[in-house]
Design a protein around this ligand. Sequence first.
Ligand code: AMP
Ligand code: MG
Length: 354
Amino acid sequence: MSAYSKELEVAQLAVQRASLLTKKVFHEKAKGTVSKDDASPVTIGDFGAQALIIQAIKKNFPDDQVVGEEEASTLRNDIKLRDQIWAFVKDTTLTDADAERIVGGPIETIDAMLGAIDAGNSAGGNKGRIWALDPIDGTKGFLRGGQYAVCLALMVDGDVKVGVLGCPNLPVDDAAPLTAQSGVDQTDAEGKGVLFSAVSGQGATSRPLGTAGLGKSKPIQMKPVEDITQATFCESVEAGHSSHGDQHAIVTKLGVTKPSVRMDSQAKYGSIARGAGDIYLRLPVSATYQEKIWDHAAGDLIVREAGGEVTDTLGRRLDFSKGRTLQENKGVVAAPKAVHGNVLEVVKEVLAKK
Ligand code: AMP
Ligand code: MG
């Protein structure tokens, strides 16, 4: 058996199951009119997906720690919210009995659900086995029916070993190129829903996001960029998350002619890893913001295993060993290995002029 095969299987099935929950929440809560006293669909989806994923991790690897975005303390006093989340959690199962057993079967009680959410409280660091979890990355995209991702990565002694991204609104087809439409409402379209995975040293794959066991996987690779002026570059939708101005200056200087593709979440990492896009830039808007490890761990590994290089704006590898944030890094520059140096040079030039 190859290294981390059990971890990979559990992570993929856990992300697949949690993605089902987020889709249900979207259809029942986000899409329709949310009644006034209902919790936000993001809150329900975030807590619900976190509960299902941590349960799967703890059933299989009880000693592992989890750095999760959410914590349950407020939830214990908010019975109404708790019950709304429970209504989704108790009914979300994989339709394949073996697969459901691997992720620990249904959560049995509300208390067990709260306990699972609470277990995402690790401080992170450079010792031992720690999972980084973002139950719904790209919350704005989730609400608008655009791109979002269920993100899970295993770090061992601060190094990312396994990464999984569930992207319910990306096309299954790895060859479908990114367009300006890729980041807008994609929900319910035919052929949507993809699960990206990577294990350190073993490459990256994609497969359709299903409802039962795991579908058949295909290896993915970044596309060789022969002419950088023809490259497709992606960035956040939210101007508050990365500097659209700096990114525009960088790609203009590189001679890129295509308009940027804006999409929420780590779907950007998955999209460049399979060659649907080429470059992902995330230039800081604030000097003090520290990127969160759960926003990057899975995507960083998937892109590197697909033949890419991921650094910050100073050319340093992303360092996941410093706690819950990437405190030793500034921004993200992700591109195929062959052109990363070129892109980074221009990033530095543009930042130096500021
Ligand atoms: P994206 O969908 O790529 O725009 O990234 C979404 C993530 O951005 C969220 O999960 C937040 O954790 C993160 N975020 C929030 N504020 C900032 C900020 N000021 N700079 C960078 N990322 C941020
Ligand atoms: Mg996030």
